[in-house]
Design a protein around this ligand. Structure first.
Ligand code: ADP
Length: 479
């Protein structure tokens, strides 16, 4: 960790915050301070904005192949350094090393994918219906972008935005979450090494998110906001973006239903539940939040899930054999504790877990709750922790109605062996993504995103780059 950058990255240079401020980065496994990083304020935001704006025109003119090759080189560098980056991520975020390695590979994949997309930006055109006019369509970068990322996937949430922005020819300011700045700073160093021109990517780490981001959004020089985080903050940023009519992509919260029908293969369903619930300790917007299990199989499903959850080893992410690391911080853990206490008060049965361990670090055990009252708070709150809440249902229409009875619509999981039902139910779910007999949907080649209050736009897939491009239509008379 000694050579991990801890300063701001502005205009291709590593600099301190203008007022010299720094902020601590904590290790959630011990509660101890790992290091301090620069804590940017509004003045630094202005400098980053100037750098991004100044670099935009020339960057937009760069050959797509050149942009593609920078991404490809960065992809290769990341893969050469999987271990180093995984250790950094585990140190600041807590996830077990094996998961961190998985995320590094997943993060790199966005760069490979968008290195391939950079050279496929197409336009169009032709003779218009009147026969007297033609149109020429070209696609141009939207302009300087503000990218705001959360702490749960410190590297992948960055590459999922930076990859398409670079491919499209946009410059950018990245503002990572204050809990996990180190992965983003390491990523900036890699992109510089891969040949990214100065000013194209600027990274401002800060504990003063509002002071840094609001002027950038209201100022009108940033032309695009790509945000991943809570719906609550997303709403504030959408309002701030309205002033200067800034384009937005919003990946917000989820409240994923996980539906197990009576004809499901229970082995598949339990495997899927482990993935959908326990990936990243449950700290994912795609995490299964509400398990609806047909009453005829609920007891068996609950028993098997509790057995698997209870067998997981909880501990520091750096320790061999650990499956479940600490939660991000004390606040995150306190929220999980409150949600479980509320569900238990309303009559839920704790099949496994449910007790906060003594000692340092923000650990919380894998927990399964059965017989959860639908009025419990965790039914309409993202749990963001290793807690599976099981409810029962009897009828298909009923479960679809209950699954959709939420303002969110990111992802749903459906387990059934019946093809007709699988398609019918998936199509009726008000979500952007469905895992059909699988607990994992995320893939760089697929469009990720939600409907309703889970967000606007898609990341990844063929359409991921569209969020960073504008059409320009040229009218040319036929002479
Ligand atoms: P979480 O609750 O998971 O931390 P948030 O939505 O609070 O999710 O945070 C996601 C990202 O949004 C982080 O980078 C955070 O610093 C940033 N953020 C939070 N509040 C604001 C704000 N008012 N303006 C800009 N960014 C913000």
């Amino acid at each position: 960790m000694t050579d991990t950058p801890t300063q701001l990255f502005i205009g291709g240079a590593w600099v301190d915050a203008a007022d010299g401020a720094t902020m601590p980065v904590d290790d959630p496994a011990t509660g101890e301070i790992l290091c301090h990083v620069a804590d940017a304020g509004p003045k630094d935001a202005r400098l980053a904005e100037e750098a991004a704006v100044a670099a935009q025109e020339e960057w937009a003119r760069t050959a797509p192949r050149a942009r593609s090759e920078i991404l490809r080189r960065a992809y290769e560098i990341i893969l050469d350094r999987v271990d180093e980056l995984a250790h950094l991520m585990t140190a600041e975020m807590g996830k077990p090393l094996a998961e961190a390695r998985g995320e590094v590979a997943y993060a790199a994949e966005f760069f490979r994918w968008f290195s391939e997309e950079a050279v496929r930006i197409d336009g169009g055109g032709g003779i218009l219906p009147d026969g007297r006019n033609r149109m020429l369509l070209s696609r141009r970068p939207v302009g300087p972008c503000l990218l705001i990322t959360p702490w749960n996937f410190p590297l992948a949430m960055g590459t999922r935005k930076i990859g398409p922005a670079i491919a499209a020819g946009c410059t950018m300011i990245l503002k990572p979450a204050p809990q996990t700045p180190l992965s983003s700073l390491a990523l900036a160093a890699i992109l510089k090494e891969a040949g990214l021109p100065d000013g194209v990517l600027n990274v401002v780490t800060t504990s003063r998110a509002g002071e840094v981001c609001e002027p950038l959004l209201r100022g009108g020089r940033m032309r695009k906001l790509s945000f991943t985080g809570s719906t609550q903050v997303g709403r504030i940023l959408l309002a701030q973006s309205a002033d200067a009519v800034v384009r937005t992509s919003m990946e917000l919260g989820g409240n994923a239903p996980f539906i197990v029908f009576e004809d499901a293969d229970l082995d598949k369903a339990v495997d899927g539940a482990m993935l959908a619930k326990m990936r990243n300790m449950g700290e994912a917007c795609t995490a299964a939040n509400r398990f609806f299990v047909h009453s005829s199989v609920a007891a068996e499903f609950g028993r098997r899930l509790a057995e698997r959850m209870g067998a997981l080893v909880v501990g520091p992410g750096t320790r061999d054999g650990v499956d479940v690391g600490p939660l991000i911080d004390r606040t995150g853990r306190a929220k999980v504790e409150e949600l479980v206490a509320d569900a238990v008060e309303r009559g839920a049965e704790v099949l496994v877990g449910g007790r906060t361990p003594e000692g340092p670090g923000c650990f919380y055990p894998p927990t399964v709750l059965a017989g959860v009252d639908p009025e419990s708070r965790l039914m309409d709150t993202e749990i963001f922790g290793p807690v599976a809440a099981i409810l029962t249902f009897d009828d298909e229409d009923e479960v679809v109605r209950r699954a959709n009875d939420t303002p969110w619509g990111l992802v749903g999981y459906v387990f059934t062996e019946g093809l007709d039902r699988a398609l019918r139910v998936s199509e009726r779910l008000e979500v952007g993504m469905v895992g059909l007999n699988t607990g994992l949907v995320s893939n760089p080649a697929a469009p990720f995103g939600g409907v309703k209050q889970s967000g606007l736009g898609r990341e990844g897939g063929r359409v991921g780059i569209d969020e960073f491009l504008e059409y320009q239509y040229l009218a040319v008379p036929v002479r």
